[in-house]
Design a protein around this ligand. Structure first.
Ligand code: ATP
Length: 374
């Protein structure tokens, strides 16, 4: 059993506030991924949970017990920084056995545990080898075995696959997911790779500049971003985010993309969500490239636009569509649209766009929080 709770946790390094008023609860057996750009505070938060750093403010609880004053060794946590950190002079068997030898477990018990872990990780036939003859993926599994042999309450994994090539990374990702499910230990995994986060996590904690931006299932953080940062961070390509204004057309309220002819009628419910403070702060409209349909035939309902760039990605094409020109900077106002690779379009073509209005998002430019979304 391991339920983890961070309450108003703050960590500073001199003038840098690495973790800002962090509040998070992680359920027993949950797989939570900390996701965010470099320097956002992921590792520091992990180190605070492990006891390798002390918070200036706030409390950390494991299973309801405040652990601020407990040493790392007393927290029953296994911390895996990089799977490569193996002892080169020891065999795979002795690398895995090392944590148990350190706490003087009996020889026969060590043997049982090492073999149990090796079987789960499918490295039983490598126990006599030294790390230098193993592949990257195998070394990772040995380092994971060394963490697993202790059967801790919590696993903390910090970018464990950072230096692996793509294929091994994908295989190991599947392995880690399977293992976590089998072992059922609470796990926190740090990465800046959103695909890794989406594929592994029960819930993703998106962190930016030391602040927890959103905690939710992969579906929630992708489809219901609560802030501009999350909207702009998740997805490849990311969500289209364009400045927008409120207006009226034929007596009806509309939301228009600034400096373009693109306007959408606003339902009374959506209109009611836009406070006067938000109107003053300004609006940012969001829609994902896959929620706009491109057509080569005109239609009254569709919006006319021009192709600025075509990016063939294999299974899909991404079209950059020009909606207008910024009057001050003269920069093109662009929108990315995902199309089937068979959709014929070349630079300069006129096409027609259909926006899925159920998938539109609106953000307050000042607070950067979502006004409404899907
Ligand atoms: P990365 O993905 O690059 O590892 P991260 O999200 O894990 O980044 P942290 O390593 O937690 O980020 O760092 C958060 C901030 O705290 C950064 O600005 C970093 O420079 C600073 N920081 C971290 N550790 C220390 C330290 N020991 N002394 C001073 N500043 C630190």
């Amino acid at each position: 059993m391991a339920h983890i709770k961070l309450e108003n946790v703050v960590k500073r390094f001199g003038d840098v506030v690495a973790v800002k008023d962090f509040n998070l609860e992680i359920e027993d057996k949950e797989f939570v991924v900390f996701l965010g750009p470099s320097g956002c505070g992921k590792t520091t938060t992990l180190r605070l949970i492990a006891g390798l750093e002390n918070p200036e403010e706030g409390d950390i609880f494991i299973d309801g017990h405040r652990v601020n004053d407990l040493s790392p060794a007393d927290r029953d946590i296994a911390f895996v920084f990089q799977f490569y950190a193996l002892y080169p002079h020891l065999s795979v068997y002795n690398n895995i056995a090392f944590p148990l030898k350190a706490v003087k477990v009996s020889k026969s018990e060590i043997d049982t545990q090492v073999k149990r872990v090796a079987e789960i990780l499918q490295i039983s036939d490598m126990l006599d080898r030294k790390p230098n003859v193993l592949s990257g993926g195998e070394m990772q599994r040995v380092a994971l075995g060394r963490a697993m042999v202790r059967q801790p309450k919590v696993y903390l994994l910090d970018e464990p696959m950072a230096n692996l090539d793509t294929k091994i990374r994908i295989d190991t990702r599947a392995e880690i997911k399977r293992l976590q499910h089998e072992i059922g230990a609470t796990t926190i995994f740090v990465t800046h790779d959103q695909v890794e986060a989406m594929s592994l996590a029960d819930r993703i904690a998106v962190i930016h500049q030391g602040l927890l931006q959103q905690i939710g299932t992969p579906y929630e953080v992708y489809n219901k971003p609560e802030s501009l940062f999350v909207a702009g961070f998740m997805g490849m390509p990311t969500m289209n985010l364009l400045e927008a204004d409120l207006g009226s057309q034929e007596g009806e309220s509309v939301l228009c993309l600034s400096h373009t002819d693109v306007c959408f009628r606003l339902s009374p419910e959506r209109q009611a969500c836009i406070s006067s403070a938000t109107r003053e702060n300004g609006l940012v409209f969001g829609i994902r490239p896959e929620h706009i349909t491109a057509a080569s035939e005109s239609d009254e309902q569709r919006i006319l636009a021009h192709v600025h760039l075509v990016e063939p990605l294999g299974p899909v094409n991404i079209l950059d569509i020009r909606l207008g020109t910024h009057p001050e900077t003269q920069e093109p106002i662009l929108l990315r649209v995902r199309t089937h690779p068979t959709f014929q379009a070349t630079v300069g073509d006129t096409i027609w766009l259909d926006f899925d209005e159920g998938e539109m998002h609106l953000f307050d430019r000042g607070t950067e929080r979502a006004v409404w979304g899907k």
